[in-house]
Ligand binder design. Structure first.
Ligand code: ZN
Length: 403
């Protein structure tokens, strides 16, 4: 069975060390390169959809999380507070919403600012028990693709539908195949904030946004502050988890006393829509490593092109092609150690999408002969054409290796 932990080790994507602590993975250069490609893609997608990115710290004063309700309703999942002095305690945040509520409140807001989409790929922490931790799928330090979209009540329906469309776009680029949509609701006997009318209104808005989508209902899976739409994935072992989510929250705007001025000059409370397009980088990569069996689409592959000089005589020519590829924005390496056959096998083991062989003939003619990850071999072509072919596939975020 495919296991992202084994593949992650084989492909040098990430590691862990008991000295650092369980559930606190170390992203190695190859894993970090792939992750940065995904992060840049997601930020760009959000920017084009009208999101504004912020940067906020992964910890804050205890009072911040008392105000947000996290210490009242969610403390069991959090690391205990850190005391600096008798009246100065800090908490590692379990979510980004409290800081984003402060960003909203930092300036006067008018109806013209709404929807205001405050996005961040930020760190947060959960005190998971050591028994449930495994590779990247369940961790204690989480890097979440997050956003809080502050809307007028009448904007919520369209905003949620826009978010669902954006989620579909991100899934297509990454190769995420959802196992299903879930409407996560309250269950009796558990602790929630907000009154019944708020919950009923939020639930009705989410049901309307799901019109035409097939989904199941999951009582007891709601957040403590509101119902949500969860998009589920299934790992290679058949375990289900949430990758994308859209949540409605009437409570935090109350707790943080958020308001905007409407067109008539009156103060109104915004609705807070929490959403994640692709979840945390950790869970996303646990899934992507398995679903692609380590063979990432070229646009997010750790190394996109490996150049193999046939012998030492072509080393200079290979370096020159590498410099050109690097300047064109590709992630490229030159491999000179060992026989050509062994180096081709190494590149195949590393799931590198393109291998460029530079022999005497190619070096003299300024050409490159490309071997694709799936075994196809292309006729030698001028270096700019070969790099242009790879660049085109990368720019299109295609899952095929040829345009
Ligand atoms: Zn949130």
């Amino acid at each position: 069975m495919i296991d992202h932990r084994r593949l992650g080790r084989e492909l040098d994507l990430f590691d862990s060390d008991p000295l650092a602590g369980a559930g606190l993975p170390l992203w190695l250069p190859a894993g970090a390169a792939a992750r940065h490609a995904v992060e840049e893609y997601v930020r760009d997608l959000e920017r084009r959809a009208g999101y504004r990115h912020v940067v906020t710290p992964p910890l804050g004063k205890r009072e911040l999380f008392e105000t947000s309700g996290h210490l009242g309703y969610f403390a069991d999942d959090m690391f205990p507070p850190m005391r600096l002095s008798a009246d100065d305690e800090f908490v590692l945040r379990p979510a980004l919403c409290p800081h984003h509520a402060l960003v909203f409140r930092a300036r006067g807001r008018s109806y013209r600012d709404l929807p205001l989409r405050i996005a961040e790929l930020g760190g947060m922490y959960r005190a998971e028990r050591s028994g449930v931790l495994g590779g990247l799928a369940r961790v204690r330090a989480i890097s979440l693709n997050d956003s809080h979209n502050f809307c007028a009540l009448e904007q919520v329906g369209e905003e949620v539908r826009d978010i669902l469309r954006l989620i579909g776009q991100a899934h297509a680029a990454l190769g995420v195949r959802p196992a299903g949509f879930r409407l996560s609701l309250r269950a009796p006997g558990e602790r929630y904030v907000g009154d019944d009318a708020q919950w009923a209104r939020a639930e009705a808005l989410l049901r309307a946004a799901l019109d035409g989508v097939e989904y199941t209902e999951a009582p007891g899976e709601a957040a403590f502050y509101g119902p949500k739409i969860d998009i589920q994935i299934r790992d290679a072992a058949g375990r289900e988890s949430t990758i994308s989510t859209v949540q409605l929250d009437f409570d935090k705007p109350e707790r943080f006393d958020l308001s905007y001025t409407d067109s008539g000059g009156a103060r109104r409370r915004p609705v807070m829509v929490h959403r994640s397009l692709v979840g945390s980088m950790e869970r996303l990569f646990a899934y992507l490593i398995e679903v692609h069996e380590g063979a990432f689409p070229a646009w997010c592959a750790p190394v996109q092109l490996v150049l193999l000089p046939v012998d030492d005589g072509q080393a200079g020519a290979a370096d020159a092609v590498a410099a050109e590829a690097l300047a064109a924005g590709l992630r490229v390496e030159v491999d000179r150690a060992g026989s050509l056959g062994a180096r081709i096998r190494d590149a195949a083991r590393g799931r590198v999408p393109y291998v460029g062989v530079v022999g005497r003939r190619e070096a003299a003619a300024g050409q490159l002969s490309l071997r694709l990850r799936d075994g196809r071999v292309l006729d030698p072509r001028p270096v700019p054409d070969a790099l242009g072919l790879i660049g085109g596939v990368v720019a299109a975020r295609s899952h095929a290796l040829l345009p």
